[in-house]
Design a protein around this ligand. Structure first.
Ligand SMILES: [Zn+2]
Length: 124
């Protein structure tokens, strides 16, 4: 089946549509797509979103049975080639600098500078 991404108007994020049909593991009720998921579940009192790993957002909804269901939505930057490259660059460079004895915040600053220099070169 083709993997499709759809836009979430609440968070301005794309979410991964291949999570549907989604099933509640407690009451086994099944959601065919996100609109039926939203229609059959309710918001959490304390807020329904949190930032997940790798620029993703987790959407929490309460099932009718009381269980909390999670939908993982990816940031649209995930599909942008330049951002992918940048994240990969950071992912590789930062641990190397930390190994050399830099603090994480210092390492991030250094890698950001390196990245900007690289981007300038590519643009020139
Ligand atoms: Zn349920």
């Amino acid at each position: 089946m083709k993997k499709e991404n759809a836009f979430c108007e609440h968070t301005n994020r794309y979410y991964n549509n291949d999570q549907f049909p989604k099933k509640c593991t407690t009451c086994l009720c099944q959601f065919e797509d996100r609109s039926s998921f939203l229609a059959s579940t309710s918001k959490l009192m304390k807020g329904s979103y949190s930032i997940g790993p790798q620029s993703s957002v987790l959407e929490y909804r309460n099932c009718k049975c009381g269980s909390t269901l999670t939908l993982k939505m990816f940031d649209e930057r995930k599909y942008d080639e330049k951002s992918n490259k940048q994240r990969e660059f950071f992912r590789q460079r930062i641990p190397k600098l930390i190994k050399k004895g830099y603090q994480e915040s210092e390492a991030k600053d250094i890698v950001m500078k390196e990245w900007n220099e690289l981007s300038d070169k590519e643009a020139a």
